[in-house]
Design a protein around this ligand. Structure first.
Ligand code: GCU
Length: 399
C-alpha cells in the first residue's frame, strides 16, 4: 500500500523533481453554461464578469459602496527636501463619510525630485502594523533625514530607480479582527445587523482602501496615474491581487507569498506545510460568510485561484514566492500564474512565458506576467522590489 502511494506521488513529479501540471483544474475558458470562450468579447462580456461575481459572492464579499460621494484629500505634510534633499515627502489624509459614520487614513508618499519635471510611475504599498510608516520610520523630525534601511519598503532604492511610492497601513481601514465589522470602514457604510452571507470581509475592505488611494493619486501632479502598481506581502498580497482584480486603474499588480486565496492554486494540493482552505478559515473575518462552505474542499471547490489572477489581464502581473515559504506553496503559486495566462492571450498579449517551475532567482519576465522565486522565507524583500521594478522598466514605465 505504501509503495503504491509513493508511486502515485512520484508519477506526478517531472524529471527536475517538480510537480507536473495539476489535473482537474476548473476550466477558465468555459462559461457557467458550458460555452467556449473564443473571443475577447466572450471574455469581457460574459466570462470575466462571471469570475468576478464568483469571487465576490464566494470568497471576498460584495462591497456596499465603491467610491463614496463624500471623499476628500488633504495634504497634511509636504517637504521637498526629504531624505537628505533627495526626495519629496507628502503625508495625505484621505477621508470619507458614509450614512453611518466617517473615517480617514493617512498615507505616506515619497516622490523622486524628477517628478517636479515629469509625473513618475508609482508603487502603492500595502503596509503592515502601522509602525513602519508611523513612529518607527518617520519620527516627527525625520522628514528631512535618512530613513532606516528597510528591505520591506526600501524607499530610497525605489526613488533611485525613478519610481514614487506611497504606503498606508491597511489596518487603518479595518482592524484585522472581528471588531472591525462594528466600526472602521464597515461601520461607516453598513449596519452590522444587515450583514449577509455575501457581505464584504476584511481583505475586500483593504483592497477598497487601495482604490481610495488610487482616487487620490489620480489628482496628484507628481504621479503618472496610468502607471500605478499595487503591491503587498501575504495577507496584503492577497489584497493586492484582489485590488487589481476589482480596480482596473492599477496597471500592475505585485504579490509576494500571497498563498492560499491569493496566487496559490487550490488544485495543486497540500504539500507538507501549505495552508488549506480549512486552515485559512480561522481568519474568518477576511472573507464573506459563504466562504465557510469551501473549507476542506481544496480539490473540489468549483473555482480556483488562476481565475482570480485572470481578472488582472491584460495588465501587468508579478507573482513572487520565497523558496522556503512552504506555507504559501511556491509551486502552487506558479501554477495559477501559468494557468491564468490564456486570459492575456485573448488581448493579444503573452501571459507567463515558462518552461516549467523556474530555478531560484531565475525570474520569468518575457511576457506580460512575471513569476520569480526568491531565495529565503516568507517576506517581501529588496530582491522582490528590484524584480518588480525591472518588469515595469521592461514595459516602458521609465520612458
Ligand atoms: C497566516 C495566514 C496566511 C497569511 C499569513 C500572513 O499565516 O494563514 O494565509 O498569508 O498569515 O498574512 O502573514
Amino acid at each position: 500500500m505504501r509503495r503504491q502511494m509513493l508511486a502515485i506521488a512520484l508519477s506526478s513529479l517531472t524529471a527536475g523533481g517538480f510537480a507536473a501540471e495539476p489535473k482537474n483544474v476548473p476550466e477558465l475558458m468555459k462559461t457557467a453554461n458550458g460555452g467556449e470562450v473564443k473571443t475577447l468579447a466572450d471574455w469581457e462580456n460574459v466570462r470575466r464578469l462571471e469570475i468576478l461575481k464568483t469571487f465576490e459572492t464566494q470568497v471576498f464579499g460584495v462591497r456596499p459602496v465603491e467610491r463614496p460621494q463624500d471623499l476628500a484629500f488633504e495634504t497634511v505634510i509636504c517637504h521637498d527636501d526629504a531624505l537628505l534633499s533627495s526626495a519629496i515627502l507628502k503625508r495625505v489624509k484621505i477621508a470619507w463619510k458614509g450614512p453611518r459614520g466617517s473615517q480617514h487614513i493617512v498615507v505616506t508618499a515619497f516622490f523622486p525630485l524628477s517628478a517636479k519635471k515629469k509625473p513618475v510611475p508609482c508603487f502603492v504599498f500595502l503596509n503592515r502594523d502601522g509602525g513602519v510608516i508611523g513612529s518607527q520610520r518617520l519620527p516627527r523630525d525625520a522628514q528631512v533625514g535618512p530613513v532606516d534601511r528597510d528591505e520591506h519598503w526600501p524607499v530610497e532604492r525605489i526613488l533611485l530607480r525613478g519610481y514614487a511610492t506611497v504606503a498606508f497601513d491597511v489596518t487603518d481601514v479595518a482592524e484585522d479582527d472581528y471588531s472591525a465589522f462594528r466600526c472602521d470602514v464597515f461601520g461607516c457604510f453598513q449596519d452590522p445587523e444587515d450583514r449577509t452571507s455575501e457581505s464584504w470581509g476584511t481583505l475586500s475592505a483593504w483592497a477598497w482602501g487601495a482604490s481610495r488611494v488610487m482616487d487620490w493619486l489620480e489628482t496628484e501632479k507628481f504621479v503618472d496615474a496610468k502607471r500605478v502598481a499595487v503591491a503587498g506581502l501575504s495577507r496584503r498580497g492577497k489584497t493586492a491581487l484582489w485590488a487589481g482584480a476589482t480596480d482596473r486603474r492599477f496597471a500592475m499588480v505585485c504579490s509576494c507569498g500571497s498563498g492560499t486565496c491569493g496566487a496559490k492554486l487550490n488544485r495543486f494540493g497540500l504539500p507538507s506545510g501549505s495552508e488549506s482552505l480549512c486552515r485559512i478559515s480561522r481568519f474568518r473575518h477576511w472573507f464573506c460568510r459563504n466562504f465557510d462552505k469551501w473549507a476542506g474542499k481544496d480539490m473540489t471547490v468549483p473555482f480556483d485561484q488562476h481565475w482570480m489572477l485572470s481578472l488582472i489581464a491584460p495588465r501587468l502581473l508579478c507573482v513572487a514566492s520565497g523558496s522556503e515559504d512552504t506555507g504559501a506553496c511556491p509551486e502552487g503559486e506558479y501554477w495559477s500564474t501559468y494557468l491564468a495566462s490564456p486570459a492575456w492571450a485573448l488581448y493579444g498579449k503573452k501571459g507567463l512565458v515558462a518552461n516549467g517551475f523556474p530555478a531560484v532567482e531565475a525570474p520569468l519576465q518575457e511576457g506580460d506576467v512575471s513569476y520569480h522565486v526568491r531565495k529565503g522565507p516568507h517576506e517581501f524583500l529588496l530582491y522582490d522590489w528590484e524584480r518588480f521594478m525591472d518588469f515595469a522598466d521592461k514595459h516602458g514605465w521609465q520612458n
